[in-house]
Design a protein around this ligand. Structure first.
Ligand code: FES
Length: 646
């Protein structure tokens, strides 16, 4: 028989196939990723392709108008009922009759790349643990004794090369009725388990539904969750809420003490977080317009204390050296065991912890930012109440966590507040007059521009957020309002931009009506403690690696996303580094959780990566204290900042 040249784009894969070969089959032969849920029956439309016509000098072919067979009955019926976009063909129906160039659009690829936002470092390739397939099962026969499930398993092996299939009782109980209702055609949801595949849901005939998954970052203050469509990677809904454990203690250590001091205290906190998560799942499902039962998988990350409490493990051992984790390995348990109402067979995967202070949230940051794949020596800092810090490159990666406290989130700062409309986020101080102008979240104007008050609105300027306070302090240092020790100058030197409060001076940042937003001496102290802890953690890793500078800095976390690299460096939060090499990664922990949800091999790989990360324990390292004391200066007692001088 005749053969024809077929070239697939964008992969560029090419080869010769026999005349009359359907495009889907040609794709399979040449190893081209072309989706199909119905197995070529013209039902699912996942196999859509865009054939080219005319000359393709780049590929050295000219494609005739009749290079593909005309619409057959199945394709015509599909087009009539559901409509095919112009130029699109069903790959399972169109047959190759001449040399042809065929484009596989992104939505027709199984392992398509999920489009990521600008700040994200790596692409996500879809390969989730749960998938849906349409299958035709042989009817029973008096002469063959196998059961309906065995015939379903055989059909999955023959039509989809899926081996080692198991089934649980709930699906088994409905299997016979469903097979007959679907006239021996069914759609199944299959979930990859360590020992093969499990049929977790079954529907009669060809069934279209969203199969969803959750990516959740359980922070000590807030819980943030995304609901994703597992077959497209699309985020269907995102929501956050306060972690209700706050009523047992603001920070991690106070929650650990609550567990130590109160019998049943750990259980109360476990209950609180699970209950909040279950509510959040309901809210996400509602926002996305899906049922809880459509959610088949969840990936959860959190620091070690959150990790333990979520799993129902008492975190007392994390309260003292040597900070032993109950387990550092990845976990995958039935979601129902965690009190989460999703699909009855849904699984909850919890990423591995790195060390007693470096949790699954840090593992998620590593998954998103891939320190182990960097050429340049990269410092990654996820700023929160604890800062998780990585330093490394291809050769080696070190990690630690540093107790920065909640000052960067606006707590312990007199006018501090969370990043929300009305909060000061940008500050500039005139070095001559030493007066400040500010910009607030939700408003484009500076405070000295006409129309500022109207633009800010009735709420007015309400306080200062974490990134705002960093800028304020750095600008105060640059304008000489505050000295190297962080002491705010007196009115004799500075005039009326400062006012006395007890025995110290406060700097007036913004006045609106009655409200004065100022930086007090105590505010400066709190921020210096936090920044010194951050710097000392980074420095400790540098010592351990035997380096005196880093080539790149990545700031992760909501706070890191808004911080100005220049001001962070003026303040000495981060070690010296060329300014253009300081970037922000946004919510890297959330991104990492999403990668783990959408790609099972990535989830498995990160367990390997974190095993190889070298952990450094800041709490027991005397040099941490030394670095901390030196870093209480602005920018630092003795560390050089050549990039600032330039
Ligand atoms: Fe389902 Fe072509 S593979 S329509």
């Amino acid at each position: 028989t005749d053969t024809h040249l077929v070239i697939f784009t964008p992969s560029g894969k090419r080869g010769r196939v026999a005349s009359g070969t359907p495009v889907l089959q040609a794709a399979r032969q040449l190893g081209v990723d072309l989706d199909s849920v119905c197995g070529g029956r013209g039902i699912c439309s996942k196999c859509q392709v865009s054939p080219g016509v005319g000359s393709f000098p780049k590929h050295g072919v000219t494609v005739a108008a009749d290079a593909l067979s005309p619409f057959n009955k199945v394709e015509a019926r599909y087009d009539e009922k559901r409509g095919l976009a112009p130029g699109r063909r069903l790959g399972c129906q169109a047959q190759i009759q001449g040399d042809v160039v065929i484009d596989v659009p992104p939505e027709s690829q199984v392992h398509r790349q999920v489009v990521r936002k600008r700040a994200e470092a790596r692409d996500i390739v879809l390969d989730p643990a749960t998938r849906m397939l349409f299958v035709e099962v042989a009817e029973p026969d008096m002469h063959r004794p196998e059961g309906d499930f065995e015939r379903l398993a055989a059909a999955l092996a023959a039509q989809w090369q899926i081996e080692q299939v198991s089934v649980g009782l709930p699906v088994l109980a409905r299997l016979q009725a469903t097979l007959r209702a679907g006239k021996w055609q069914v759609t199944v949801a299959l979930q990859r388990r360590t020992d093969g595949w499990k049929v977790v849901e079954i529907w009669p005939g060809y069934h279209e539904t969203r199969i969803c998954g959750l990516a959740v970052d359980i922070g000590s203050t807030t819980i943030a969750a995304h609901l994703c469509d597992l077959s497209t990677g699309e985020v269907l809904a995102s929501q956050g809420l306060m972690n209700p454990q706050i009523r047992f203690g603001e920070d991690l250590m106070s929650r650990v003490s609550y567990a130590q001091l109160n019998p049943g205290g750990a259980g109360e906190m476990t209950h609180a977080v699970r209950e909040a998560l279950d509510k959040l799942i309901g809210a996400l499902a509602e926002e996305a317009g899906v049922a809880r039962e459509d959610i088949f998988e969840g990936v959860f990350v959190g620091n070690p204390v959150m990790h333990h409490l979520f799993l129902g493990i008492d975190p007392v051992e994390l309260g003292w050296a040597p900070f032993a984790l109950a387990t550092s390995g990845p976990q995958r348990v039935p979601a129902s065991e965690l009190g989460l109402h999703m699909h009855p067979e849904a699984r909850a995967a919890i990423l591995p912890c790195i060390a007693g202070h470096v949790g699954a949230d840090a593992a998620a940051v590593a998954l998103s930012e891939a320190p182990e794949a960097q050429e340049e020596l990269t410092l990654i800092i996820d700023v929160g109440t604890n800062a998780e810090i990585f330093l490394g490159n291809r050769d080696k990666v070190l990690a630690c966590s540093s107790p920065t406290g909640p000052a960067f989130e606006g707590a312990q700062v007199s006018s501090g507040q969370r990043a929300a409309p009305g909060a000061i986020e940008r500050v500039r101080i005139d070095p001559e007059t030493r007066r400040a102008k500010v910009r607030v979240i939700g408003c484009e104007l500076w405070s000295d521009e006409p129309g500022f008050a109207e633009a800010v609105g009735a709420g007015g300027v309400t306080g200062i957020c974490g990134s705002g306070i960093i800028e304020a302090l750095a600008e105060m240092r640059l304008a000489g309002v505050m000295d190297k020790r962080g002491i705010i100058g007196s009115a004799e030197v500075l005039g009326d931009v400062v006012f006395a409060e007890g025995r110290t001076w406060s700097y007036r940042l913004h006045v609106s009506g009655e409200r004065v937003i100022a930086v007090t001496q105590n505010d400066v102290q709190q921020i210096l403690f936090a920044k010194a802890a951050l710097y000392a953690g980074a420095r400790l890793l540098m010592d351990q690696l035997g380096v005196d500078h880093v080539e790149r800095v990545v700031l992760a976390g909501a706070f890191g996303a808004h911080i100005s690299p220049l001001h962070a460096m003026v303040l000495g939060m981060i070690p010296d580094c060329p300014l253009e090499k300081v970037s922000s990664a946004g919510n890297a922990a959330g991104t990492g959780a999403r990668i783990a949800l959408l790609n099972l091999s990535e989830r498995r790989r990160i367990a390997e990566v974190v095993r190889k990360v070298e952990k450094v324990e800041t709490a027991v390292e005397p040099r941490f204290q030394e670095h901390f004391v030196d870093a209480m200066r602005v920018p630092h007692e003795n560390a050089p900042y050549p990039n600032l001088a330039a």
